[in-house]
Design a protein around this ligand. Structure first.
Ligand code: FES
Length: 163
């Protein structure tokens, strides 16, 4: 299967749009409106697809380029929906020296998705991360709230199968 970035179609509800419009109305014409409006938009939709960024740009009277520049600059903004399960792979020093990159590569291969992205079925988001605070178990991955330590590439598939 070919790796993918995003193919999940945007599905916004009229209620979400009304909420976003109310936030935009609050901030329109005010200094520094972009960040709080984008944060609110992410809270409403869970992420910031281009359709939502377009609404923000039009609502605030800014260009889409400007809004996109902000949303892609700050790592707190997700441009894709989160999957049902979040798979975090620690690339902190202790995990890295014990082979975390190979574990990440295998997860990426098995899920057929690039790190930082969500599978097309919306099931998994694969996210490299910094130290998860359990270096004694390196290399470590976390799936949702479950810590899996002493990971090796060959057990990745079995662990994913539990989800
Ligand atoms: S470096 Fe991976 S848990 Fe600390």
């Amino acid at each position: 299967m070919a790796k993918t970035t995003t193919t999940i179609p945007f599905k916004g509800t009229p209620e979400q749009e009304a909420q976003l419009k109310a936030v935009i109305a609050q901030w329109k014409g005010k200094e520094g409106a972009t960040m709080p409006v984008l944060q609110a938009a992410q809270n409403i939709y869970g992420y910031l697809p281009i359709e939502v960024q377009t609404m923000v740009a039009e609502g605030l009277g800014r260009s889409l380029e400007e809004i996109y520049g902000v949303s892609t600059f700050y790592s707190m903004f997700n441009l894709e929906p989160r999957g049902e399960h979040l798979v975090r792979v620690c690339l902190g020093t202790a995990c890295y020296v014990k082979g975390a990159q190979k574990v990440l590569d295998e997860l990426s291969r098995v899920l057929a998705v690039e790190p930082g992205h969500t599978t097309p079925d919306g099931k998994f988001t694969l996210e490299p991360t910094r130290c998860l605070g359990c270096c004694g178990l390196a290399p470590v991955i976390m799936i949702d709230d479950d810590v899996h330590g002493r990971m090796t590439p060959n057990i990745v598939r079995d662990i994913l199968a539990k989800y």
